[in-house]
Design a protein around this ligand. Structure first.
Ligand code: BAL
Ligand code: ZN
Length: 884
């Protein structure tokens, strides 16, 4: 595969200033006519015009109305003789939307036309300078059969519509904002829209529309509400208004990503858009709110200011994830609900991004090299990128960050820029800040891969009444980066007395204490901080709110963790203490190969959390959940997935048994009354009752008692919302209760016509705890189910990814059958949809840490995939890295 390097960036030789596109839409063969105004870039040496194009049939090329000679080499159309002066280039080509199973470019889904152009899909529609630093003003004419495709949409404002001959009609759209080709979109189909007119703070009127297939309209209310809330929030928090008269959102069932931020015409995977209480869970509602917000926020962070090249992807993605996370926290409103958001984000970061950062595909937030950019839409670029943005805010303060954002837009509106430009704007808006003092060191977060290890040790001197906190950082080697330099690590902290009081924090040399909560900045390999006037040996609460994406080793034992669990004013660290108490026990059992026995100290602490009069149910549910198996695996140098699973299962069973009466109490006392609302209060109660129910059913099933399984089945049948229905069904399935089978059958029959719910049905079975190989056998069976297809990414993910990515104990088998299955599925998917296949290939990123016999079997499976001659770039790059 050809590698593309960040250091090789050169500005384009030509600019495309305007483009006039006409589409004669036909599923089998669509005719595209493109008229572009080009201009030489005076800043770079002359050269031929090289346009990108893939899977296209070229019909003609004209310059200033005259035909011109050209060459085609690989995926490039090369024109050697172009005028020096500005010129008009006209290209005509066809493409085949019906055959486009890769879902990149122009494709059909459910009888309609849709596009996905990020990152490099536009070149599958027509020949173009398909790179984000070429920004043009688009005018788009769509022509199609009126009865089959009554709705014709593209970016911007609708200029004109008309009926044509032969039952066809046309619509003409104009987007006044220059944009890169990856933000182009068109939609044509038989769709209906929920509409809402809003007046923004600036006094302007806007039309918001959510387009879906007939029958799905009632499932768009939540998305519309989320969109309105996003518009209001971005104006209030960052002064960023909606800049278009019309803002459209469209749902499509075949989609590679969650959604796409095309200018004024966001296209959504239906899984990230449609929700009703009967078909979507609380988690779905929450995810939809955050993705609708994410795409809307891209309108400024991504669209008005875009990326110069794809290495800068985190410029828009890290920043926009940060913005959507902040939005979700603000929507959650109460401090406790905010903490729950933060805990969920960090949990996801640690179970998805930390393994990536330690594995074969480890890359910096701003990568230096790629073969296929689609492989770099990763947790590192997105979630770690967001943590980096969060650290800016921590270092310059919330207000300072707002100023930095304002300066960023003042400088760069309408431009395609780099992560350095962003960093500079935040720093320049905050002279003298902790960030500006060490901007170059801070920027190592963009260039160094890997998760830094932060070691903290405290020493109390009773005579001097001082507490010395020594911090040390090490960042282990990553592929291609054997040696790392120290990074800037903001350490938010507090000190607690043993009885839980928050101690004043006064550093040596300071005249007085600065509150009980502050941020230390570590920017070298080792640094010590001396606190004075400390009355007793404190318990440190470090990295509050997870103030940096690092692995913390603070050396705290049970006794200190119990103090934090009971008293820390920082809810995140309270949760963290609960997880560490569990983790140390799980790891001891796994490392020693001994059965796990949960001790009374731990069980009493968990009981106290569960029974706590003031803690929120949502928080309790998170604190009582055990760390997930992927996160446990990350703590080990040699990973035996079966040993981890055994320990987790034992812990779960003991937690279920020892707290049985408490679970029953929690279940009975947290029932939701009144109509369904996906708000934090109700969803917190549902999370806790569903966790309690799963514990009760687990314990009952293990001890041969039928009462709770029976109640769960009844609840499953009678549930008035999907969260409770899934909760009860999942409790039965995860416990392997006898009633799981009839419940699964009933569920399938009840939701036959609801694709997104059938996805849940597959996913639940794909993620079911392994018991004597039954789960794996069932997944293989389900892969032949008449409802199953690899062609729909949601469906492929629901079954295959659930097993391979989220069910380690069912996947990692001593007979290697899981790996063989993986190889088959990667190859089958690759022939259909390389992007999705690439994602599935990632499952083996961490194969080198596996214990015998998994390791050698995994290698063999990877080699099997590698041996296939015609692999996509996507899969080839990942496999190459895994075998490097
Ligand atoms: N830009 C790709 C989809 C997203 O991150 O919003
Ligand atoms: Zn995004």
């Amino acid at each position: 595969v050809t590698l593309i390097r960040r250091e090789d960036y050169v500005a384009p030789i030509f600019w495309i200033r305007t483009v006039d596109l006409t589409f004669d839409l036909d599923p089998a063969k669509t005719l595209v006519t493109s008229k572009m105004q080009l201009e030489r870039n005076a800043a770079v040496p002359h050269g031929p015009l090289r346009l990108h194009g893939e899977e296209l049939n070229l019909l003609r090329v004209l310059i200033n109305g005259e035909s011109v000679s050209f060459r085609q080499e690989g995926h490039e159309l090369i024109i050697d003789n172009v005028p020096d002066a500005d010129f008009v280039l006209e290209i005509r080509n066809t493409c085949c939307p019906d055959k486009n199973t890769a879902l990149s470019g122009l494709y059909t889904s459910g009888g309609g036309f849709f596009t996905q152009c990020e990152a490099e899909g536009f070149r599958r529609i027509t020949y173009f300078l398909d790179r984000p630093d070429v920004m043009a003003v688009y005018t788009v004419t769509l022509r199609a059969d009126k009865s089959r495709f009554p709705v014709l949409l593209s970016n911007g404002n609708l200029l004109d519509t008309a009926d044509l001959d032969n039952g066809r009609h046309m619509a003409k759209w104009h987007d006044p904002f220059p944009k890169p080709s990856y933000l182009f979109a068109l939609v044509a189909g038989d769709l209906v829209a929920r509409e809402q007119r809003i007046r923004t703070r600036a006094g302007k009127d806007h039309l918001l529309q959510v387009y879906v297939r007939r029958g799905d309209l009632e499932k768009t209310e939540h998305a519309m509400n989320s969109l309105i809330a996003s518009v209001v929030w971005d104006e209030a928090r960052f002064n960023l208004p909606l800049d278009l008269e019309r803002f459209m959102v469209v749902g499509v069932s075949d989609f590679n990503m969650g959604a796409m931020e095309n200018k004024g015409l966001n296209i959504f995977n239906t899984s990230a858009l449609l929700a009703s209480p009967a078909t979507a869970t609380d988690a779905d509602f929450q995810r939809i709110e955050s993705i609708v917000a994410h795409e809307y926020f891209h309108n400024w962070t991504g669209n008005r200011v875009t990326c110069r090249d794809w290495f800068q992807l985190s410029l828009k993605e890290g920043l926009t994830v940060f913005r959507d996370q902040e939005f979700s926290m603000d929507m959650a409103a109460t401090p406790s609900a905010r903490a729950v958001c933060r805990i969920q984000d960090v949990r996801a970061l640690r179970s998805m991004q930390f393994p990536e950062d330690a594995g074969a595909m480890a890359h910096p937030v701003r990568p230096d090299v790629y073969a296929e950019i689609n492989n770099f839409y990763t947790p590192t670029v997105y979630e770690k990128g967001s943590e980096v943005v969060r650290m800016y805010q921590t270092l310059v303060g919330r207000e300072g960050f707002g100023k930095g954002m304002a300066l960023y837009f003042e400088r760069h509106d309408g431009q395609a820029v780099t992560c350095d430009d962003f960093a500079q704007a935040i720093a320049d808006a905050n002279p003298g800040s902790e960030l500006s003092k060490r901007l170059d060191t801070f920027k190592r977060w963009y260039s160094q891969a890997g998760t830094p290890r932060l070691q903290a040790r405290g020493q109390y001197d009773a005579a001097a009444r001082t507490y010395t906190l020594s911090l040390q950082q090490v960042n282990p080697p990553s592929p291609g980066q054997p040696d790392k330099l120290p990074q800037v690590i903001p350490v938010a902290l507090g000190l607690l007395s043993r009885d839980g009081a928050a101690l004043p924090l006064q550093l040596d040399g300071e005249a007085q204490a600065a509150g009980t909560d502050r941020v230390l900045v570590l920017d070298s390999a080792e640094q010590s901080f001396v606190f004075v006037n400390v009355d007793s040996a404190p318990v440190p609460s470090l990295l509050r709110g997870f103030s940096a994406p690092v692995v913390l080793d603070d050396g705290l034992g049970d006794e200190e963790l119990l103090v934090l669990l009971k008293h820390d004013s920082d809810a995140f660290n309270r949760w963290e203490a609960s997880q560490r108490l569990a983790l140390s026990r799980l790891l001891t059992s796994v490392r020693n190969g001994q059965p796990l026995r949960l001790d009374d100290a731990y069980l009493d602490a968990m009981r106290a959390v569960l029974r706590h009069p003031d803690l929120d149910p949502a928080f309790k549910a998170l604190a009582l959940q055990l760390p997930d198996e992927a996160y446990i695996a990350e703590q080990l140098t040699v990973v035996d997935p079966q040993a981890i699973h055994a320990a987790v299962t034992q812990a779960q069973e003991q937690l279920a048994a020892a707290l049985q009466a408490d679970w029953a109490w929690a279940f009975e006392t947290h029932q939701v009354s009144g109509g369904y609302q996906p708000d934090p209060v109700q969803s917190g109660k549902r999370a806790l009752t569903n966790l309690a129910l799963s514990m009760l059913v687990l314990h009952a099933t293990r001890s041969g008692d039928g009462v709770w399984p029976g109640r769960a089945y009844q609840r499953f049948k009678d549930a008035t919302n999907m969260t409770d229905r899934m909760g009860a069904l999942s409790a039965l399935v995860q416990a392997h209760a006898a009633l799981a089978e009839p419940a699964l059958e009933r569920f399938h029959a009840q939701f036959k016509g609801e694709a997104l719910v059938i996805d849940k049905w597959f996913a639940l079975q794909g993620r079911a705890t392994e018991l004597d190989g039954k789960t794996f056998a069932r997944v293989k069976q389900l892969a032949k189910h008449s409802d199953f297809t690899l062609k729909n990414p949601n469906r492929a993910r629901s079954l295959i990814f659930s097993l391979c990515m989220f069910n380690p104990a069912a996947f990692h088998r001593t007979d290697a059958a899981g790996y063989v299955f993986w190889a088959e599925q990667v190859l089958a998917l690759d022939a259909i949809n390389p992007q999705v296949a690439g994602r599935l290939a990632r499952v083996m990123d961490r194969w080198t840490t596996l214990a015998t016999p998994y390791r050698s079997a995994a290698r063999e499976a990877i080699a099997r995939v590698a041996a296939k001659a015609e692999l996509s770039n996507d899969v080839r790059e990942i496999i190459d890295r895994q075998l490097a």
